[in-house]
Design a protein around this ligand. Structure first.
Ligand SMILES: C[S@@+](CC[C@H](N)C(=O)[O-])C[C@H]1O[C@@H](n2cnc3c(N)ncnc32)[C@H](O)[C@@H]1O
Length: 221
């Protein structure tokens, strides 16, 4: 049982959180915000698909950077209504660590302060509903009664965190996606692509961010 365990961290260059449990950084050492925009926003055709009630779901909440990036894009797009963002996280980060990690991204400083102020978890903001579902996603996602328009698949690297990329979990991702909904991830690992295909996604390999040659996008058929 992995529930109720906290993230275990060390800091690279005093600024980038690295999980000692998974031996992997939480976001790109080069430019976490630009990578999030490229992989998860562009990879899901956002902000173009945003509409009132749009629902993003994520595997791996981590520092909350992806949520903040999506929320900032939602605001910049000027959509009337509410964004829903549901994230699955087994090892929540302490509020102080989240604050320290997010300090590297002045572009989202105002929204980061809002997130930290509510304790870094589920919250109802004026234009966004954030739900962080704590526990191992392999146990919590099958029980979820929602469906996402877009998925951010953001576990640690598949080699180091295979639990978050398995075929059964990808099947659950597919089951919790609206028709023609999408999924995006920074990895191009073959077993992840095959898992998404088996779950019903039409999968394409597209240029990755920075030094990563490829990433993966899927559209539910
Ligand atoms: C690369 S980090 C996510 C980064 C995050 N999206 C952000 O914006 O900072 C991967 C996350 O997946 C979480 N994780 C790893 N295994 C998990 C599991 N079995 N169930 C749920 N979350 C898991 C880790 O605790 C970590 O927070």
């Amino acid at each position: 049982m992995m529930q109720d365990q906290r993230a275990e961290l060390e800091w690279r260059d005093g600024a980038v959180p690295v999980s000692t449990r998974f031996d992997d950084p939480y976001f790109s050492l080069d430019n976490g915000l630009a990578e999030t925009r490229h992989v998860f926003l562009d990879g899901n055709d956002l902000p173009a698909r945003f509409r009132n009630g749009f629902h993003i779901a994520e595997l791996g909440f981590g520092t909350g950077l992806n949520f903040l990036t999506a929320w900032a894009a939602w605001r910049a797009a000027g959509i009337e209504g509410r964004l829903y963002f549901t994230s699955f996280e087994a090892f929540p980060m302490a509020q102080a660590a989240m604050e320290k990690a997010l300090a590297a991204f002045p572009e989202v400083a105002d929204l980061a302060a809002r997130l930290v102020a509510v304790g870094g978890g589920s919250a109802e903001f004026e234009d966004a509903t954030l739900t962080v579902i704590q526990g191992d996603a392999r146990e919590t996602l099958p029980k979820w009664d929602g469906k996402a328009d877009a998925w951010f698949l953001d576990g640690f690297s598949p080699a180091k965190n295979p639990e978050l990329w398995g075929a059964n979990l990808m099947e659950e991702v597919g089951r919790h996606t609206v028709p023609a909904g999408t999924a995006a991830t920074y990895t191009a690992a073959g077993f992840v692509r095959r898992g998404l295909e088996a779950a019903g996604f039409a999968v394409t390999r597209t240029p990755g961010f920075g030094r990563k040659r490829h990433m993966t996008r899927g559209v539910l058929e």
